[in-house]
Every structure is written in C-alpha cells, then in structure tokens.
Design a protein around this ligand. Structure first.
Ligand SMILES: [Zn+2]
Ligand SMILES: [Zn+2]
Length: 464
C-alpha cells in the first residue's frame, strides 16, 4: 500500500549527530545505514543503524548551499552496509535559519544518480535519501525511500531514547487541530506534546487488568491509534479488574471487548483488536507499525518477544508487571509493581532477569509435552491462577502511562531511570538503570539494534 505512512526511527546517537552536523554552516554529507520493517498493513519503518559522515577530504566542494563529493567517497560506508545487511540512504544537511526541508532540483538528480550504485554496492533493493534542515534545535527533514522506481515519502521521524520526540514532515496546522477537548492535558504539558500523543500509534499487549487500564488512560490522553493484542476471551473472574468489561461480554474476545469500550470514549480513534498471542509470528508482526508498545502480558514467552522486538525494531517497550505474594494460608505479604522501559542502549528484560526462561520454555512447549514434563518434574507447572486486585493493576498501569508522558515532555530526573519499582505494601517507590549484558542482542555493539524485519523475524524460530 503506497499511501501507508513511512517513519524514520532514530536512536539518539544518530539523531544527535545529525543535529550536530547542522551546527556547521556549510553543507554536510554522509551515508545513513538503515534496517527496514514493513507491517502487514503496509506501514514502513526505516530504522537508523549507523551514520557515516564524510571526512573533510571527501568533499570536492563544500559550501552553504552546495556540496560536491568525489565518486568514491561513499565506498567505505556502502561496504559497511553490505557487511551488516543494511540499506543505504544518502544524507545531507541544509544548514542555517534559511535552510529548507525540501529537495532542490539538484538533490532530485543526485538521488537518480546514486540509487543504482547504492543498490548494487549494498546488495539491498532499497535506496533512500534524507535531508535535515534549519537550526539544530528546530530541525526539519525531508526523506524518502524507493524500491525500484516509485518513491515513498517519509512523513515522520521518531527519536527513541531516554526522551521521545516525534517530528512530522507536515506538522499539523496549529489553528486547525482543536485541542479544546484536551484542555486540561494541554495546561499540564502543552500543545506540542498533546499533538504528538494524538499522532502516535501505540500497541497494548494484554487486555487484562493492567492492559485495559493502560488503554483507557491512553484514550483519554488523546492517543488515536491503538493495536490491542490478547489471545483470550473474557471470563467472569476478569470483571473484577478489566476496564470496560460487563457481564454481557463474558465469552467475547478480550481485545474486541476493550476496543468496543474505547470506541465509545473516542469514536474518532482507530482501534485494531487482534485476538492472538504474540508468540505467533503473524500476531507479533502486527506490532511493527507501532511507535511504542505497552507490555501488559503476564506470560514469560510473550515478554521474550517484546524484549527482542524493542531491539530489532527500535520500538520502545514499556513493560509492566504486578506480583501479589501471599503466604500458604492466604495472607497477603507483598504487593510489587514494576514498570521497565526498553529503549536502544538500555538492558532488555532478559538482561534484567525479568523473564523466567524456564517458564517461557514451558509456555511455548506443546500442551501434551509440557504436561508430561511437568508430571515428571522437569518443567514448572503452568496455569496457576495468580492473585490480582484492581487497585494495584491500575496503580501500575498509571505508572506505565506516566512513563510515556515523562519521556515525551522531558520531565523528570537525569539520567532517566529505566525501571520503576512500586513496593506498594511498603508505600515505597524506587527507580534504577541497567546496562545491557555485553554481547546480548540489546547491546548496541552486538549490531542487532534496528536490523528490521528480515527473515527469520527477530532472528528466532517461531513455533506458530
Ligand atoms: Zn540539498
Ligand atoms: Zn539484553
């Protein structure tokens, strides 16, 4: 679908280097190496992996409004692209207050000249170009990619790091977007953040107590595109904490029940309910088009997928969990909530030991095989019903949504914590940061960040 949107996703290392290049009053050129991921609905993600700026010696001419580069200047960057399986985009700046985010006639011609040699040298069918323009802190962009002869404009740039920032090629006209409905939000964090919120596409994995509370808050915040994933149907015991659920909904798919509820709050929102588990490849792929995903699932196998997704697709994941622990005779001993944010450069859920790998394996095994292993004592028993209380699932959901707001508004402490622990029984809140384990897929040095959706998807084997 040629009209579906394309987004350039950049970790801060690359976005900051691009902004810094705008501080040079002459034009700067380079090659941006990217991974690619296309969602089933045709949405394209172009994922920044490495930026190779040209050395001073590569320029034959370098001025404020003109750049002439020797034909072998990009050879090293293209060789690197071929080595890591990345597509290559020609990148240059239009610096200064008068720099415009538009391709000149000359820029158009350069694209035509470079497309073929870039494709041949990288071995990837996709070529692209990106311009950033203006002053560093108010940078605008123009970017496009082509596979063959048809060009596809990149309409959004999504910067993913401790802070989240969305820049749209065509910023919504301030006068034409009514923020009246969100007046109280705007008073808190301003119209810019409110417009970003309404332009984000968000995924919620798990439509239970936490996921339904997250989704309802997102809707009231102004999010207007939501993908809701859950494999289950609503049971009577869910009514105690699933927002929007009523006795009449029992037996219906949870994702659809939640979507219908949210549609009553925001009739203009686009809701995509998906009844399925993200351990199934076609379901996981439905999340490719999301700018950010909330992990509200309580299965370990699902958390493993979200953890990989955040690295390979550069998709920030805000993962939450609630654990009520009680003694053998039913006395409540602990109420522990956790909100962990996965972004490029931060430790994933595996490195943080937030996934029980043994349980994950058990969850993925075919039911009969697992039952046998569990009987023989080789696998943990599954299907135990965990205690859950609406007050605590809602508290953790609110902390998770707050995490999104704080990263959009750049509010809060530096360095930004990547995990918040809510020890509710102690009335205590704490925060921490964790680094990737060297060599793990979440470690930038491992080269997995932004690899995209190449087969096998997320470089793992899929049972279904
Ligand atoms: Zn130009
Ligand atoms: Zn990791």
């Amino acid at each position: 679908v040629a009209s579906a949107s394309a987004t350039l996703v950049l970790p801060d290392t690359i976005a900051n280097a691009m902004r810094a290049a705008l501080e040079e009053s002459r034009e700067t050129g380079g090659v941006l190496l990217v991974g690619l991921a296309e969602s089933p609905d045709g949405t394209l993600r172009v994922l920044g992996r490495e930026l190779h700026l040209l050395g001073e010696g590569a320029y034959l001419r370098r001025e404020r409004g003109e750049l002439v580069v020797g034909s072998d200047a990009w050879a090293p960057a293209l060789a690197r692209a071929a080595q890591i399986g990345a597509a290559a985009m020609w990148f240059h700046t239009h610096p200064g207050a008068s720099g415009r985010p538009f391709r000149s006639r000359r820029d158009e011609r350069v694209d035509e000249l470079l497309a073929e040699p870039f494709r041949i040298r990288t071995g990837v069918e996709v070529y692209g170009s990106a311009i950033i323009a203006g002053e560093p802190q108010r940078a605008r962009f123009a970017a496009r990619v082509s596979e063959g002869t048809a060009w596809r404009e990149i309409s959004r740039v999504w910067e993913v790091s401790d802070r989240l920032r969305l820049t749209q090629a065509v910023e919504p006209d301030e006068a034409q977007t009514s923020l009246e409905l969100f007046d109280r939000n705007v008073r808190a964090f301003g119209g810019g953040v409110q417009r970003t919120v309404s332009a984000l596409s968000i995924g919620v994995v798990g439509a239970g107590g936490t996921g339904s509370a997250v989704a309802e808050q997102l809707m009231r915040l102004g999010v207007r595109k939501l993908t809701i994933v859950d494999p289950d149907t609503l049971s009577r015991s869910n009514l105690t904490r699933v927002y929007g659920s009523t006795p009449a909904d029992i037996g219906q798919p949870k994702a659809a029940v939640l979507a219908a509820h949210l549609a009553r709050i925001a009739p203009d929102a686009k809701m995509v309910p998906v009844q399925g588990s993200i351990v199934e490849e076609d379901v996981a792929r439905r999340l490719i088009g999301c700018d950010l995903v909330f992990g509200c699932t309580d299965d370990n196998a699902g958390r493993l997928i979200l953890s990989r997704l955040s690295s390979y697709l550069l998709t920030p994941v805000i993962d939450c969990g609630v654990l009520l622990s009680s003694t053998a005779n039913g006395e409540l001993r602990g109420i522990d909530g956790r909100v962990t944010t996965l972004i490029p450069g931060a430790a994933c859920l595996v490195c943080r030991k937030r996934v029980d790998l043994e349980r994950a394996r058990a969850e993925l095994a075919p039911a009969e095989e697992h039952a046998r292993l569990a009987r023989e004592g080789y696998a943990p028993a599954l299907g135990r019903v965990e205690p859950a209380v609406v007050a605590y699932t809602t508290a953790v959901a609110a902390a998770a949504v707050g995490e999104l707001i704080e990263r959009l508004t750049a509010f809060g402490p530096e360095p930004v914590p990547n995990e918040v622990l809510l020890r509710l029984h102690e009335r205590e809140l704490s925060a921490n940061r964790a680094e990737p384990r060297p060599g793990h897929y979440c470690d930038p040095a491992a080269g997995k960040l932004g690899r995209g959706a190449a087969d096998p998807f997320l470089e793992q084997t899929w049972a279904r």
